[in-house]
Design a protein around this ligand. Structure first.
Ligand code: AHR
Length: 510
């Protein structure tokens, strides 16, 4: 009897059978998952803008619209990209927007001091970016220059892009060929003010924020430069010193980096390095929880959004590329980061109402890589595409008891999940198994939700180091998933090692 018991235990341990239990609290109404959680970030950094998005207005080799690659536009439209942050990052606090308007041949140039010391000719400026956002159907999110700019400069920018009547700035806009304002809602007041944005103390920055926003006018969504990872003092100081009616969002930046002085290769990494990267990605849960707790103290009505406007994996640059350009490959490890992080954001949709993956094209955890006329969609792209079903859907809160993924004497939760109901009544459940050895068996209690038909897609590959290359751009891509059964109100799902799965439940309430 005792031996039988041990055998059963062994089977359960080896297979992970039924150890993961998820309960969908399908009767409780969660927050709406803002589509803006699925936002992106494009900085004047390396080949994100130049030779990434933008190949020049006179380029005949690469099909483009006003200089922006058509294939990039199509790929991002397919993601339903909700918003795009520009022009930085650190670059934003060196950027003088008036240098980027008017005839391109007459625009002054500058040195991009943060990113490779290259010459920036300002050929991609305000009109180029905002027109591109129109092509993408994305809301623009402009980062203002607080570090080296002026209050006048930022208030002029708001007037230039948003004022419909007659004013010095709107007349200048018209002279430059644009009659109607673009109506830019999202504005960042500086970037990383604690670092490249001016090395300020939070008390000083809070005053700067109050001063800059005073002259920006009403009707715009004002986002304060927020904390780096666990700098809770930064968040608390801003909330103490900035009245709630002056601020709409507070930012948070957190990268999944093992060690700033010793990062890992983007493709040739060990399991230990993978584990440490995932530890940093999963840390987002704790960071959001603690920053939110501080925000709740000062803003119990949750008026102010937590805006995670920089997140993603950060590794060594690819061999032979400019270290200042932050060009890195993107593997199934990045798919694990993306799926896990987006589940965390979804589950905190009441406070996290905007986020921006760093960065869209050719920089850090990019969704798109380009080389000449070639383009590839990364594993991260495919996760964002699979997860787009959550945009503007209503969160279904859940309870989860899951197995651990153990490496050496350290462990992480092996499975992450989130669920939502869209406006057509379809329920989507997204799941990630970060364990690269064991299939994880999940029992999902639907709590009375009726299901007539289930469809699903999976992103998985043989190795966690697998990626798409310009020679093999479709090596990693989603395929149909059918390892799911429904029995007596419970879904049973087999999640292969290192996989991301999104299920669509067709059905309704009892
Ligand atoms: O995304 C790259 C850089 O990381 C950004 O410019 C900066 O804000 C952050 O430190």
């Amino acid at each position: 009897m005792r031996i039988l018991h041990l055998l059963v235990l062994l089977c359960i341990t080896l297979k992970g059978y039924s150890q993961n239990r998820i309960t969908l609290l399908s009767d409780s109404a969660g927050a709406v998952i803002s589509r803006n959680i699925y936002g992106h970030f494009a900085e004047h950094l390396g080949h994100c803008i130049y030779n990434g998005f933008y190949v020049g207005d006179t380029n005949r080799e690469i099909p483009n619209t006003q200089g922006v690659r058509n294939d990039v536009i199509a790929a991002l439209k397919n993601l339903q990209i909700p918003n795009l942050r520009w022009p930085g990052g650190c670059f934003a606090d060196t950027y003088h927007w008036k240098d980027g308007i008017g005839p391109k041949g007459e625009r002054p140039s500058m040195v991009n001091k943060w990113w490779g010391g290259v010459t920036e000719d300002n050929s991609f400026g305000t009109h180029d970016f905002l027109n591109m956002c129109e092509l993408l159907g994305a809301a623009p999110y402009l980062s203002g220059n607080v570090g080296s700019g002026t209050v006048q400069e930022l208030s002029d920018w708001v007037q230039y892009v948003n004022f419909d009547g007659k004013s010095p700035m709107s007349e200048l806009r018209r002279k430059n060929g644009r009659d109607k304002p673009w109506g830019v809602k999202f504005w960042g007041i500086g970037n990383e003010a604690w670092g490249c944005g001016g090395n300020m103390r939070p008390e000083y920055y809070a005053d700067e924020f109050r001063k800059y926003t005073t002259f920006m006018g009403e009707g715009v969504f004002k986002i304060a430069s927020g904390a780096s990872s666990a700098d809770y003092k930064w968040t608390e100081t801003l909330l103490k010193q900035i009245p709630l009616d002056m601020v709409d969002g507070i930012a948070l930046h957190h990268y999944s980096v093992i060690d700033w002085d010793k990062k890992s290769s983007a493709t040739r990494f060990t399991e230990q390095e993978y584990f440490l990267t995932m530890q940093q990605a999963i840390r987002m849960e704790e960071l959001i929880g603690k920053h939110t707790a501080i925000m709740d103290k000062y803003d119990s009505a949750k008026k102010v959004a937590l805006v995670v406007d920089e997140w993603g994996g950060w590794y060594d640059v690819e061999t032979g590329t400019n270290p200042g350009f932050l060009f890195q490959q993107n593997t199934m490890r990045d798919a694990m980061i993306a799926g896990t992080t987006l589940n965390i954001f979804n589950n905190h949709a009441d406070r996290v109402r905007m986020a921006n993956l760093a960065q869209t094209v050719n920089v850090l955890q990019a969704v798109i890589l380009t080389r000449g006329e070639k383009i590839l969609l990364t594993p991260t792209y495919h996760v964002m595409e699979m997860y787009k079903v959550h945009q503007d859907a209503t969160l279904i809160p859940l309870r989860a008891a899951v197995n651990n993924y153990i490496v050496g004497n350290q462990k992480l939760p092996a499975v992450s999940t989130s669920a939502s109901r869209d406006s057509n009544g379809f329920v989507h459940i997204s799941m990630v198994n970060i364990d690269i050895h064991a299939t994880q068996e999940l029992d999902i209690d639907l709590k009375g939700l009726q299901v007539h038909f289930i469809s699903g897609r999976i992103l998985v590959s043989k190795k966690i180091q697998d990626c798409n290359t310009f020679d093999s751009p479709e090596h990693v891509k989603p395929v149909a998933f059918n390892q799911v059964q429904e029995k007596g109100g419970t879904l049973h799902v087999s999640l292969p090692p290192g996989s991301v799965v999104v299920l669509k439940l067709h059905g309704g309430r009892p």
